[in-house]
Design a protein around this ligand. Sequence first.
Ligand code: TSJ
Length: 648
Amino acid sequence: MAEEKETKQERAREYDASQIQVLEGLEAVRKRPGMYIGSTSSQGLHHLVWEIIDNGIDEALAGFADAIHVTVQKDNSVTVMDNGRGIPVDTQKKTGKSALETVFTILHAGGKFGGGGYKVSGGLHGVGASVVNALSSKLDVKVVRDGKRYYMDFAYGRVTTPMKVIDTGLPENIHGTTVHFLPDSDIFRETTTFDIKTLTTRIRELAFLNKGLRITIRDERPEKPTEESFMYEGGIKHYVEYLDKNTDVLFDEPIYVEGEENGITVEVALQYTDGYHSNLLTFTNNIHTYEGGTHEEGFKRALTRIVNDYARKNNLMKDNEPNLSGEDVREGMTAVVSVKHPDPQFEGQTKTKLGNSDARTATDHIFSERFMQFMMENPTVARKVVDKGLLASKARVAAKRAREVTRKKSGLEISNLPGKLADNTSKDPAISELFIVEGDSAGGSAKQGRSRLTQAILPIRGKILNVEKASMDKILANEEIRSLFTAMGTGFGEDFDVSKVNYHKLIIMTDADVDGAHIRTLLLTLIYRYMRPLLDAGYVYIAQPPLYQVRQGKMKRYIDSDEELDDILGQLPPSPKPVIQRYKGLGEMDASQLWETTMDPDKRRLLRVDPSDAAEANEVFTTLMGDKVEPRRDFIETNAKYVENLDV
Ligand code: TSJ
């Protein structure tokens, strides 16, 4: 009797303690949301949706759901619904609460309770539904299972309506979970508006990564709601086709292999384009591993080994020829590697590098075994892969030779700056800027108008070489490109070293017309493909010359768009008559105008080029610079996508 009493007391105390812990837990989330969702910016806001969707995907991966619906409501709240088993509603002995309540009120509880946990689970932070709950001013959940519909709601992570049954007698074969939440505007101060494009892009990607799963995204905010539905029977094989949609490919359809080893599933899809760049995307448990890791290493190692083995076995290479390098066999390759791991370890600066060594061996084994078999069964395709690598190898050797020759002669050395460069006098890269200016006449004005201490000018004439369609040795032979690399001081190709850069701002200054946009894209392509670390460092900018000048009496203003012009003209008094000058190109501005409108650090507006979405940037450049003409049409619009506004 005494014993029982004590147990009860103890249990009561435990219960209280766990209650307090819960509050503390979710309070911690509200105090430091960044720790749980990365940030409270737009990215953090969207993270809430990913966290919730991940739960539905886990259910699908476990084989109990095949559809997920995401809806953005008019008030910017989000509803996510799956057709899985429904979150369990039974009371748990330990807490005295329903499993449902636990999922939404206890940190790290998602899917891990009661032994019903998932083998493989997504979610970058693995924090789950309780974090979303803590950061939402309203959250309600409906669960349908065992013929009943259950309901519960919360505010700021606290229960506002305890779990109750709101429907009975439903058909037993209907089941699922629906979560609806409104992000707390006190937490997400920057924005609480969901971006349909961000949601759609990731949802499409999730559909590629989980073959057979249908994910629908509906936006009810517009007058006429929009809806898109994604389901790919072929999974990442279709992802590769999607990535290559704007470029010519070497074989009819991507190679696809899959397998399992020690509880790790591995899927690889690959194709070759007639281009020179490789586009490799890797994922672990649906998380984009931007920094690569063991699965990527395993794949690359296996690919290089198998292509060389196959080439030697079939006498496609001479005995005295050296092996193809990894870069050789990846030239022109588009590939997606997706592994699902029961206990992924994420490392690296942004925690997007897979660390598990068993993922290296699993990926290597599974890919190499099946890829070799594929090559033997498809000799025509295999031959194309090997030929592509051999060609890459020859170009690389030629480029190396060219580089050595140029380095010795008049080449890429600071001591030998290009003649057209008007360098600045400061030797401090942090305050130095290099303007790449379209045309000699604008170049002349820029040289006169600049601040000599900090601003260097490199005029370029007309269209530079399209590097998307040229091999490395050809690129290196191009005068215009060489002078840019020489001025930058970074070296080229394998020698590229961003720490040696002479200017922390590389500013592209082209005319505000179609030709100017084309030249800008050519330059950005060159930078993206061969000077990538400059982009990552945030050193690349686009100057914005104005379109008009309006003068009236002593008043003088520079105008950027036709709308702005209409606006201003509408506001001006009728007399004296305003004088409007339209600038057709930079060349029409004199030195002081160019300085005032476009170069003066106190007045100019620069755009910083943001490469944050590598896949998208890659798409932009293959679209703009690749073979297919059709997708190139709207290139100026597309151009704006990888440029973010920045006041400098
Ligand atoms: F739909 C959704 F994405 F919004 C969403 C789905 C959100 C959340 C927070 C959870 C879910 C969810 C959870 N869908 N399906 C489940 N399944 C379970 O939680 C579940 C069901 C049955 C069993 C079992 O062992 O019988 C175990 C679990 C984990």
